[in-house]
Design a protein. Sequence first.
Lengths: 116, 268
Amino acid sequence: MAIPGVRGASLVDWTSGLVLGTAGEGPDGDHEVAAVETTEVVRAVVDGGSFTTTQTGKVPVEDIIITGSGGYHLMRFVDTSFESSVFLYLWLDRGEANLAVARFRLQALADRLVLV
Amino acid sequence: MTAPGVRDMTASRFDTALVELADDHATGALYGRSGVVYLCDGVVVHVESPSAPDLGVRLIACGRLDPEVWRRAVAEAGRDRRVGGFLVEHGCLTRGELELCHLGAVFDAGYFTLLPGSRPTRFLSGASHWLGPVRPVRAEVLRREAGRRRALLDRVWPWPASDEEPVVRRPGGDAHGGHGTGPTRSQRDVLELADGSRTPAQIAWLLGRSAFTTVLDVRRLAAAGLIETPRQRTAVPTAQRSAQDRLPQTTAPDISLLIRLRDALEAL
């Protein structure tokens, strides 16, 4: 993987927390648990009017970042012209990762999913 | 083993029959009351249900695909069973778009096809779908996901009758009042099309979006008191049954009373 400090990644459908694909390892060694928990976060943000009222795009939020003491957790929405509910989840080692680089690369990755 | 033919189904549950066929590496179409699952060498390659908008409806509704392009793809590549591949090769869709949209449609149709009351009616061995291969899904994953979606709905509002009945806006239900931030944009889209005669599936087809998400929105709207909850339950989820059995079996429970009671408790 070309993103420095990355420990694992997954593609998740937040309709229910379904894992569509994985790479590397998941936190606690389990991608499925991470998918369910990140889905709860994503749904709270998407359903919460505070974050979405002024947005007009199909995807109301671009990404969500959670900073843990040991790692970063990035959730990047995949923007499609048709209705979909998919996000990319990236788990990074806090000591090795550069958050700005990771966020930039994750955006490119999300775009590539749809453009290629 | 894969010679065309109709196999009589002995399993009483659709999901059991599906997993058995997958274990046998079967190829063909398994028909049920509310949908069809296509298998190829034991993996699920396509699912369709009259309740769930298909790939074409989804791509056309949002303007991503011109209806004429879709029609031409089906006409030219349908016989060869490769409509999906045709769309990508002709630059009408990217591979990623095809896969993401198809996965969304498969799990959406899978939810309705694998509803607990659905029994397998027949298995047409050797049958394949005109869309052609896109991205296969293991039968066990489809079965688990359908179960997870049912559990999600029951956590929101355990009232399956809401899923198939016409959606009726509740008089006095204020979409912008009460606690919290009110209905989400997705829920407002559903409310706008709720004319008292359209079912959640019909609303999903009009919007060209996931029927399961529409049902989920309907249950959330019912829980929030913004739409009427149908009086009759079409089915009672297992987790609710024991509590239901203890209630006096005189009339259907008065939902508006329950909602008023909940509102009163919240106001304390």
